[in-house]
Ligand binder design. Structure first.
Ligand code: DON
Length: 304
């Protein structure tokens, strides 16, 4: 398949729509300044073929896409115990909702909503490893380039993260958070503030289309079963209250972030990342979704 032409066509088709719909996330002040009229798309196949178009090498804040990497790390470092504190059901609610935590006794619905990622961060801190270093080392190795945290974004989110503080405190009130709220949120904000570009993310998520094998070395990052489970969670929970709509329109496991990035994995075939900062009301990139829908339709790569 000529992926480069497909991405070039999608890019050319969507460029005229830049700036027409959606808005950048502004609840994190450092993200409110991002220029909305940007669009990039990149993919890497299971065999290492690459294609990219538009602003695919412009770095952005990966935000909730990092929840895939923290879950991967927790599967490696914590194992099955992880699931004692986190469920695996779609929430059908916004990513920062507190509602279900009360009736469900501090067990977050899944690892991809904020509450779930906070619970994962807590497990990582208790694992005895150094999760901040482990996370950056893992992501850098996966895309074969050094990756950094944007400290300004992390500080900006820490200064305004009242909902996340409430969520972490609420989980702790049920006895389901072992570490200090501040320590857990420090790790969580750092992972969200990782800066990467679409091409790096397409490369780094390659293990999810290769049964858990590292995209460059081929060494297992996680087992094939764990990789399948992450893809299942991305399909059912990766785009919050829009997960059903994503499955219906696109049919590829995806994970979005409020920086405007969306990663997508076609098992056994390719990993892809699209980025455009303007978001819809569910906090998913407007043009990112359109691009994925065009891609799925043109390549026939919906998993259904
Ligand atoms: O905690 C937050 O609100 C952000 N650091 C991450 C949110 C996010 O990316 C949700 N995605 N759509």
């Amino acid at each position: 398949m000529d992926y480069q032409s497909t991405l070039d066509e999608i890019c050319a088709e969507l460029k005229p729509k830049l700036g027409m719909e959606g808005a950048v996330a502004n609840y994190i002040p450092a993200l409110a300044r991002i220029e909305p009229c940007q669009f990039g798309i990149a993919l890497r196949t299971r065999n290492g073929e690459e294609a990219w178009a538009g602003d695919a090498t412009t770095p952005f804040s990966i935000q909730s896409i990092s929840k895939v990497f923290s879950l991967t790390l927790a599967m490696r470092l914590v194992g099955e115990q992880l699931w004692e504190r986190i469920d695996r059901e779609p929430s059908g609610n916004p990513f920062n909702s507190l509602m279900q935590l009360e009736s469900e006794q501090g067990i977050p619905r899944n690892p991809f909503i904020n509450a779930g990622a906070i619970a994962v961060a807590d497990r990582l801190i208790s694992s005895g490893y150094a999760p901040k270093t482990e996370m950056l080392d893992m992501v850098s190795s996966l895309c074969d380039e050094p990756i950094e945290v944007d400290r300004e974004v992390a500080a900006s989110e820490a200064a305004t993260g009242f909902r996340n503080e409430a969520m972490a405190s609420f989980i702790k009130s049920f006895g389901k958070l072992d570490n200090d709220v501040a320590t857990v949120l420090d790790l969580y904000y750092r992972q969200c503030a990782i800066r990467m570009n679409a091409l790096q993310l397409a490369r780094a998520t390659g293990y999810l289309c290769r049964d858990g094998a590292h995209p460059y070395s081929g060494i297992q990052v996680i087992s094939d079963r764990q990789a399948r489970r992450i893809n299942a969670l991305m399909l059912t929970c990766g785009t919050y209250d829009a997960a059903g709509e994503f499955a219906f329109r696109i049919g590829i496991p995806c994970k979005s972030g409020v920086g405007g990035g969306i990663i997508a994995v076609v098992p056994d075939t390719l990993s892809l990342c699209v980025w455009s900062p303007a978001l819809d009301e569910n906090h998913n990139s407007v043009l990112g979704q359109e691009a994925l829908e065009l891609f799925a339709n043109r390549t026939g790569l919906s998993i259904f």
